[in-house]
Design a protein around this ligand. Sequence first.
Ligand code: ADP
Length: 522
Amino acid sequence: MLTDYRLQQREYLLQISRAMTARLDLPSVLQLIIQSAVEMLSGRAGLIALRQEDGNLSMEASYGVSGRTKDFFSPLFSDIPGMVSHLDPLHWTIPNLERKMHQVAQALGIGLTRVVALPMTIEDQLIGVVYVFRTGGIAFSRNDRQLLASFADQAAIAVQNARLYQQVSQEKARLDAIIEHSGDGVMILEPDRRVTVFNRALAATSYIPAQDAVGRFCYDVLHIDNAEPPGVDLCDKANVPIFHPASKPLYIEGDIRRGDGSFVTVGITYSPIFNSGGKLVNITASVRDITRFREAEEMKSTFISVISHELKTPVALIKGYAGTLNREDAEWDKQTIRESLVVIEEEADRLTELIDNLLDVSRLQAGALKLEIGFANMAHLAEKTVKKFRTQTSRHTFVLDFPPDLPTVPGDEGRLRQVLDNLLSNALKYSPDGGQIRVSGRADDRQVYIAVTDEGIGIPEDEQESIFDRFYRVRSGMSQRTKGAGLGLFLVNAVVKAHGGRVWVESQPGQGATFVFTLPRE
Ligand code: ADP
């Protein structure tokens, strides 16, 4: 008889642990446990109550009584002894349990006569109570209690598993969210280089939607041109990675071919992830758009080469002329001395201008270009500027074309003069064969338009936007032979923009150029 019992018990417990490993949800595992316990103990009903966050018990599974009667059972959940570590769970009792049961039975109108309750514990902490009820006269024996104890243990394990599982899934959801919203592109690969995660930032950088990437081999998804150093890019099918736990992350730089055929320069760090057994489980790739960084590097080297050239030339000339004039073995006539001093003065002016421009550019970068706004009379400013340039050239003729009633505009006269200065000096520089230089103005009800037109070498259409960039100089031979640091138009654009206006060029190679800028009247 006892062996039968044991067999039956074992059968139930086996069924329960199978249900647990099949990852059934907690309510149905608890349901199975209480049903098995009631059947094993020949009970009439049973229930499992779990401790809630506020410390109180609440019914989570029941058998033989309807779940809707939940509230009727609450008297059973009062005065529950807390810790049980010092006590054998088999001797654990709830004060006045039988009396409370009669109260419940009466309220429900069912004839419950006997009750047994056992604690569910995890690491000596009470996490719930299992109750089984009988109708009829037979009291629960010590043996019954022992039996129920094994079900209570199972229930406690099920609860703990569920809690751990919930914790792990919460943690996973948190990590997924962090990866998904990371500012850098992140891709996670299986050891065979299949893509399992392709985050939002990477989709945005590569123009490849995540659903087109996940599940495919990374070498079929990301194509990287000009990878540096060569031979280690994991998104190249030919490079089969060999990682071991001591491997350092791999870093490459290259150009990703985007979904729309364009390119973006990126740096990718591939890091292997090993499990505790030393087996490669994943490779993460973090992908960073380094276009700006590369541009900044290029800018820096252009800056150094342009500036060193632009600074060296005048200094060399000044030193050369000064040295020559200073030779003790030579007597110079007045004419030579004058001519040499003119060159020295001009070159010193060039240096000052370059240094001023550089200071302006660095002020601009620091966001500190301040305007002193007054009323600017553009016709008057243009006249003064042209007068200055007339003395510098005999090959050019100047025309001023302003209506007598051109309105004044709110503006910084000093800065606007700098704009005209730069545009006129370019008009002169880039029309080496001379010709007419025309400065004109007109107004509509919203803004004033100022144009500077020359008959010089002109500007190819595809470079007309770039000439306003820092250090940009047109690539043609003539432009390159002319002195300049590529800062003038950058400053023109900055000053005009600071006034709320706009500047652009209309030109064709060989046909001269017209630079137009606008200034709002209000
Ligand atoms: P730079 O010091 O080189 O003159 P700018 O910023 O003033 O620098 O001009 C940028 C480039 O735009 C010049 O190098 C030149 O190639 C081109 N450019 C500017 N103005 C003219 C013009 N009036 N005609 C032809 N090309 C011009």
